[in-house]
Design a protein around this ligand. Structure first.
Ligand SMILES: Cc1ncc(COP(=O)(O)O)c(C=O)c1O
Length: 403
């Protein structure tokens, strides 16, 4: 039996919605995208959601908008530092590098797996450039403590933005991850909580920022902005349909993606509920063994104040020789058809791609917690499509793998 990390997540009603769009002839970004954006904004409890073709594009657009706003002063300038976690996804880091900013890596917390604020304060003190933003990841379906992050940002005069690509459906103090700070990026890649096949977007409560994101995702165009009339008035004589007010890319989503998303977001509560039940089964199954689900404590599993949406389940091998034993455990799991993977990319400073970027980055060994997590932890699936039989097999395999 196979227990995959992910499944396509597409249901027959999603495929029917795609066919309907294809038959309508309205293919590029239009009404469906707008409808999906409204549904996501309302679900997240934010004023605006700007859909894009991926979570990576959402991250890119956030930094572009901070560097080159259409109005007012930029929040970031070339050469400014941005605090990022040492365990990260590549496209959390690459937009920072690609747009001439400096990633200031910060070690992560052993239990939350997210950027550690004590280490962040030290990183600011040691940085040789002005540090002006903090960009943590809410990892694997875990919402970070937004009040602590906002206070830290405030105390250090940073803009707080966050990468929520792994954590749609997670809440902290009844507030959705990514609903605080200037902006949060989301991904709807197929293995995530909802799918639009590929897809993502940015949540924000700032109309100005949302307007700039709408321009940036579409060549820098003024068309989709709330203030389009204002711009048209300023540049009299130019065809209003061809005004470009910011730098931009083409990272627009398609109508078929939004049509799937509209169906999927309506069912997110049931998807998340299923994922929580899978995680609870795994927690129970490995209780009292040398394996433990990382960061499990009563707060994290409470449904009232803080809710984890479990993109995947992080498991730590505890005790002596954990690194060596982890290798054997993974071999057993894979032999039983249980797919596993590292925690995101592991310590990102160890990735060969880091040798290709300019700047004096600290070596991977300067981030001991990220290294310990890389060595002793791994992920298994929590996808809402797993059957009862697959969940049972996953639990039994985890028990079996330790012998
Ligand atoms: C933390 C994080 N950021 C960004 C991304 C990129 O999202 P996408 O695959 O939609 O480009 C991912 C992808 O899984 C991710 O895990």
């Amino acid at each position: 039996m196979r227990v995959p990390l992910a499944s396509s997540g597409l249901r027959s009603q999603d495929i029917e919605a795609v066919i309907e769009v294809l038959q309508s002839g309205n293919l590029t970004m239009g009404k469906k995208v707008l409808e999906f954006e409204k549904l996501v904004a309302s679900y997240l409890g934010v004023d605006h959601f700007v859909m894009m073709n991926s979570g990576s594009s959402a991250n890119l657009a956030i930094f572009e908008a901070m560097l080159r706003p259409s109005k007012g002063e930029p929040l970031l300038r070339r050469g400014d530092g941005v605090l990022v976690p040492a365990i990260a996804w590549p496209t959390t880091i690459w937009p920072v590098v690609q747009l001439g900013l400096v990633p200031i890596f910060v070690d992560v917390d052993r239990e939350s797996l997210a950027l550690d604020l004590v280490a962040a304060a030290e990183a600011i003190r040691n940085a040789n450039c002005p540090v002006r933003a903090i960009f943590p990841i809410h990892p694997l379906g875990r919402a970070l403590d937004s009040s602590a992050l906002l206070k830290f940002a405030d105390d250090n005069q940073l803009t707080y933005i966050s990468d929520v690509c792994e954590s749609l459906g997670s809440f902290e103090n009844k507030k959705h991850a990514g609903a605080s700070g200037l902006a949060g990026s989301f991904s709807f890649y197929f293995s995530h909580h909802i799918t639009t096949m590929e897809g993502g977007g940015v949540a924000t409560n700032s109309l100005e920022f949302a307007d700039d994101l709408r321009s940036i995702r579409s060549h820098g165009w003024s068309r989709d902005r709330s203030d389009v009339a204002e711009w048209t008035h300023d540049v009299s004589g130019t065809d209003a349909k061809f005004l470009f007010v910011t730098t931009g890319y083409n990272v627009r989503p398609m109508e078929i993606q939004a049509a799937i998303g509209i169906n999927q977001i309506r069912d997110i509560d049931s998807f998340v509920k299923k994922r929580r039940n899978i995680a609870l089964s795994v927690i129970e199954a490995i209780d009292g063994t040398d394996l433990t689900v990382v960061g499990v404590n009563s707060k994290e599993l409470s449904y009232e104040n803080s809710a984890n949406s479990w993109m995947l389940i992080p498991i730590r091998v505890t005790g002596e020789n954990a690194k060596v034993r982890k290798k054997k455990i993974l071999e057993t799991l894979e032999a039983r058809g249980v797919e596993t993977r590292p925690v995101l990319t592991g310590n990102f400073l160890s990735q060969p791609a880091m040798n290709r970027i300019d700047g004096n980055h600290r070596p991977a060994s300067d981030f001991p917690v990220a290294t310990e997590i890389t060595d002793t932890c791994f992920l298994v699936g929590a996808h809402h499509d797993l059957s009862e039989k697959q969940i049972k097999h996953l639990c039994e395999s985890l028990q079996e793998a330790q012998h």
